[in-house]
Design a protein around this ligand. Structure first.
Ligand code: GDP
Length: 186
């Protein structure tokens, strides 16, 4: 595993793009990922130790992209995320839970880590997940938007449970990565 993960060419796809899921434990990262990768909601999640990742082929602007998305598989509980997790990643979904303010408060800490380990062109989408739980909401949508604007991130609220905006969040990230890559190669 090395920097070749950023993108490469093979017979089945035009590009291979690596992206990472990041954010506090329990915010819904693995459910968002399984929604995107398999279109199913995992009701009980069993955090295992060790990185997990999923692949899905997507087509954007006539290009076939093999999207490879890494998930922390519970390691963020132990602050055991290492530089190899971020290496070669061109995008990140930075996730908090709209019903737990502390997870929003920690976004700056995750952002600092992301910026330390990854390249400055990384496409970061700030994701406020669990939008279906509006009666338990502790973070307003406006607050998420403002933070995203201040930090230069994209922003979206999602629900992995109701499959709201999940595809959009991933597709927005991968289409921006594609734009960046195509521009660099011009
Ligand atoms: P992770 O630790 O960040 O990977 O979080 P998980 O994907 O394991 O989800 C943590 C808990 O939140 C689980 O009990 C999920 O069922 C629940 N969950 C995840 N996404 C949503 C969502 O969009 N809405 C609701 N209501 N629950 C969710």
């Amino acid at each position: 595993m090395g920097d070749s993960y950023s993108y490469s060419y093979d017979e089945e796809c035009d590009y291979l793009f690596k992206a990472v899921m990041i954010g506090d434990s329990g915010v819904g990262k693995s459910n968002l990922l399984s929604r995107f990768a398999k279109d199913e909601f995992r009701f009980d999640s069993k955090p295992t130790i060790g990185v997990e990742f999923a692949y899905r082929n997507i087509k954007i602007a006539d290009k076939i992209i093999k999207a490879q998305i890494w998930d922390t598989a519970g390691q963020e509980r132990f602050r055991a995320i290492t530089s190899s997790y971020y290496r070669g990643a061109l995008g990140a979904l930075l996730v908090y839970d709209i019903t737990r303010r502390a997870t929003f408060g920690n976004i700056k800490k995750w952002l600092k880590e992301l910026r330390e380990y990854s390249n400055s062109h990384m496409i970061i989408v700030l994701v406020g997940n669990k939008s279906d739980l509006s009666k338990n909401r502790e973070v307003q949508e406006e607050e998420g938007k403002e933070l995203a604007e201040t930090e230069g991130l994209y922003f979206m609220e999602t629900s992995a449970l109701e499959n709201l905006n999940v595809q959009d969040a991933f597709l927005q990230m991968f289409s921006k990565i594609l734009e960046n890559t195509v521009q660099k190669n011009l």
